[in-house]
Design a protein around this ligand. Structure first.
Ligand code: ATP
Ligand code: MG
Length: 202
C-alpha cells in the first residue's frame, strides 16, 4: 500500500473508532424502560402502515396489542385480516368519512363510543400496545375533550406503548409524546388520477 493510501486507511479507522465510542456511550446511557407514546403525523402516506407495522413487530415478540380505528368505519384495511387472526382486537368507529356523513352529532356520538373502548384499553394492564389509528382528527374536529384524552394517556399502565396516527396532531399530544415523526409528502399517485390500490393504500 502507498503511504497515502495507508494514511487514508488509518484516518478512516480512527474516525470509525471515535464513532463507535460515541454510539457505545449513547447505548450505555439509554437504560430507561417505559411505555412509549408514539405519534406519526404529517400529510405524507405511511402513517397508518407504520402504526400497523409497529403492532405487527410487537405481536411478533409475543406482546399483546389492540387497535381502535377512528373515522374510517367503511374503509376495510388489509392489516385487520392478518392481525385479527393473531389475537389483535379491532374496534372500528361506526361512521364513514366525516365528509360523507355530514352529521356532526352522529360523528360525535360515534367518536365517544370508540373513545370509550380506547379508554378501557388505556386502563388495561394486559394490553402492551394500543394503536389509536386516525385519532388526531377527534381532537382537530373537537369531537373529544382534550383534557380527558391527556388524562387517559398519562394515567395508562407504565409499561404500555401507545401509537397515535393522523394528520395535524394537536400540540398538547406532541408535547407529552416520547417519539414523534412527521411524514412529508413529496408525491402521491392519487394526485395523478390513480385510484387507491388494494394492498397498498388500504
Ligand atoms: P397509509 O394508510 O397508506 O399508511 P396514511 O395513514 O399516511 O396512509 P391517511 O391520511 O390516513 O394516510 O390516508 C389514507 C389513504 O389516503 C391511503 O389510501 C393513502 O394512500 C391516501 N393518502 C395518504 N397520503 C396521501 C396524500 N398525500 N395524497 C393523497 N392521498 C393520500
Ligand atoms: Mg392513516
Amino acid at each position: 500500500m502507498s503511504s497515502n493510501a495507508n494514511n487514508k486507511a488509518q484516518q478512516h479507522k480512527l474516525r470509525m473508532q471515535k464513532l463507535k465510542k460515541n454510539v457505545d456511550e449513547k447505548i450505555a446511557q439509554a437504560q430507561q424502560e417505559k411505555g412509549l407514546l408514539l405519534v406519526i403525523t404529517g400529510n405524507g402516506k405511511g402513517k397508518s402502515t407504520a402504526g400497523f407495522g409497529t403492532v405487527t413487530r410487537a405481536v411478533g415478540h409475543g406482546l399483546t396489542a389492540a387497535v381502535v380505528q377512528f373515522i374510517k368505519g367503511n374503509w376495510q384495511c388489509g392489516e385487520r385480516n392478518v392481525l385479527a387472526k393473531l389475537g389483535v382486537n379491532f374496534t372500528v368507529m361506526a361512521t364513514g368519512f366525516t365528509w360523507d356523513t355530514q352529521n356532526r352529532e352522529a360523528d360525535i356520538a360515534a367518536a365517544e363510543k370508540a373513545w370509550q373502548v380506547g379508554k378501557d384499553l388505556l386502563q388495561d394492564k394486559s394490553i402492551d400496545v394500543v394503536l389509536l389509528d386516525e385519532f388526531t382528527y377527534m381532537l382537530a374536529y373537537k369531537y373529544l375533550a382534550l383534557d380527558d384524552v391527556l388524562q387517559a394517556l398519562q394515567n395508562r399502565p407504565s409499561h404500555q406503548h401507545v401509537i397515535i396516527t393522523g394528520r395535524a396532531c394537536h400540540r398538547a399530544i406532541i408535547d407529552i409524546a416520547d417519539t414523534v415523526s412527521e411524514i412529508q409528502s413529496l408525491k402521491h399517485a392519487f394526485d395523478h388520477g390513480i385510484k387507491a390500490q388494494k394492498g397498498i393504500d388500504f
